[in-house]
Write a protein that binds this ligand. Structure first.
Ligand SMILES: [Zn+2]
Length: 249
């Protein structure tokens, strides 16, 4: 079992004194719902090397849960069994469990016109060099938009500090993209009709960790990079204060 780490360093200054007295942080920390995007039946994007997005999402969600646990944050994984195809069931489950924040974990692709075919281990796969990097999404239909956006920005900021870059391809003017920036300095877009974001009854962010049709970005599946992403997400969540009971509804 991993030893709990102190979270005091990452809290806003105004909160750290009051809420992080010795051994008090864990007791004051609220439940995080980690939603594993897609399912066995609908696995999402297929990477340049033929690996389904769902498998990437399962691994990253597991890493995030490992890191948040090490910081004393309780969490719940949703959809990691691959059987949850109804998206509203995911947010309902988070609500019933009393989650204070909903983080949906995904990996990204590009529009079909940017995909090219290539051969890998005797099979035809599709890749693109059109985009690389993470992105974060919030919905203006979520009842807690300010908290959602505050946390998405905080996560993007830490990701940048840790050496990751965000992709701007979702803002390109074309069918399927044309997303409006919510925070263009930290890689956050509005995507108002994403089901899990708009049906969540708590602040919610969808995280696209990287563009897996990009052959160079495929390395984010490596455990060291995955854990670095998980560290960044955790620190961002601690920085925005959403998991501290009493800060947000
Ligand atoms: Zn996805």
């Amino acid at each position: 079992m991993q030893k709990s780490r102190k979270v005091k360093y990452y809290l806003p200054y105004s909160l750290s004194f009051a809420l992080c007295l010795p051994n008090a942080c864990v007791a004051d920390t609220a439940l995080l719902a980690i939603d594993v995007g897609h399912s066995t039946m609908h696995p999402g994007a297929i990477s340049a090397y033929g690996k389904p997005e769902f498998a990437f999402n399962v691994d990253l969600a597991k890493s995030i849960q490992g890191v948040v646990t090490s910081y004393g944050i309780p969490s719940l994984q949703i959809g990691n069994d691959g059987q949850t195809t109804d998206l509203t069931q995911r947010t309902d489950r988070a609500h019933r469990a009393g989650a204070k924040f909903f983080l949906s974990v995904h990996h990204d692709s590009v529009q079909p016109q940017f995909l090219k075919s290539w051969q890998w281990q005797g099979k035809t796969n599709y890749y693109s060099e059109h985009a690389s990097g993470f992105s974060l999404f919030v919905s203006r239909k979520n009842p807690f938009l300010p908290a959602s956006l505050h946390c998405a920005s905080a996560i993007g900021s830490v990701l940048k500090q840790m050496g990751f870059h965000f992709t701007s391809h979702h803002a390109e003017s074309m069918p399927g993209e044309s997303k409006e920036w919510a925070d263009k300095y930290n890689g956050v877009y509005y995507s108002d009709d994403l089901i899990v974001l708009k049906t969540a009854k708590m602040p919610a962010v969808l995280f696209e960790a990287g563009v897996i049709v990009n052959r160079e970005e495929h390395i984010i599946q490596k455990p060291e990079l995955r854990n670095k992403l998980a560290e960044a997400v955790t620190k961002g969540l601690l920085n925005c204060g959403v998991l501290i009971n009493g800060i947000y509804p």
